[in-house]
Write a protein that binds this ligand. Sequence first.
Ligand code: SF4
Length: 396
Amino acid sequence: MEPMSTCKLFGAIRALIGIKNTIPVIHGPRGCAYHIRYLLSARSGSRIRICSTELSQEDIVFGAENKLKETIITVDRTYKPELIPILTSCSTSIIGEDIQKVARELKDEINADIITISAGGFESDQSGGYEEVLETLIKDITIPNRANGKTKKPSINLIGVFRGGPDLLKLKKTLKNMGILINCVLTSGSNLEDIKNIPLAHLNYSFCDISGIIPCKILEEEFGIPYVYYPFPMGFSNSLNFFKTLIDHFNLNYPLHEEYDKLKPSIDYFRQKLDGYKAAIIAGPTRAIALASFVRELGMTPVLISIDLIGEYTLKELKWAIGDAKPKVLIEPELGEIENFIKKEQPHIILGGLGESYFSYNLKIPVLDVMHGKELTWGFQGALSISQKILNLIRE
Ligand code: SF4
């Protein structure tokens, strides 16, 4: 009744807007475009462009392929994007609008590349949207014979990254210092050329348990690129193990442990200050697992781990992350279940996103938004920053 996950169209749009010079066109009523843009802008703090055919009741009854054509041509001429993904919404999926035919007919008439995604909200939750976009990009945009141009320099693709900002910027710099090149981020901040070049990488790293694994398997099958999916670089130990996995894979010589050793006094300081405090974690699977082990590393007790959707490896990794702690684990819960538990357990802090901020007003429990696109959360610096923010919020 009160779901904590959203629709396929949301996932598809979220994955697409990360690609540079890309403007998605939603074939549907205006609400789908407005609500998704509103939410994604609030979460990322960025200007997001999503266009809509703004269908009326008459359009839904009689079909509106001409309106779709006109909108695509206008978007192409006005904004000159490199890629126009066309997406159905609930209504146009139900009436069976043939968006692929429209794409074929316009192919030579517009400058942008076109891809099509069937994204009716009822077709799946957001994970289906993420996954279909990644698979479509690999199938329609990636150029297979570029696999022959691999250089010796270690390079990786990050698969299932939909947030850019300071995290991605810092990660690129850190990996570069280690001698590892990020070949393509699927999708955040990449352009079409990066996506065409996907086969050039030596390794794929999945950053999303629910959308990254299948594309990694496809890339392994098609181009022989191996993949890893764990750990996610959030927290001190997780970041250490993330970098160590890559350094070991490429057999690089990098003083990682010296860097980590310098952090030990800070880790001890935070452990001393945060020991025994209770944390509730409300997140997607990849972050929830990383945060569970991170709060334990800080001496805190995870009392609740709420995960909106789970992937193939989620439960196995979660077991490891929880260790001997005994949090309440809610998988694909309803909002009321989370609220009831939080009211009963009264954690000292909630680690979540924008959607959880009302807890701090209603229940006076501080909420740290660990998903905002403008905050640094990954790597050693991200771990220091989150630890300090937790401490500040608990002290308030
Ligand atoms: S559920 Fe359907 S109507 Fe609602 S936003 Fe998603 S696609 Fe649009």
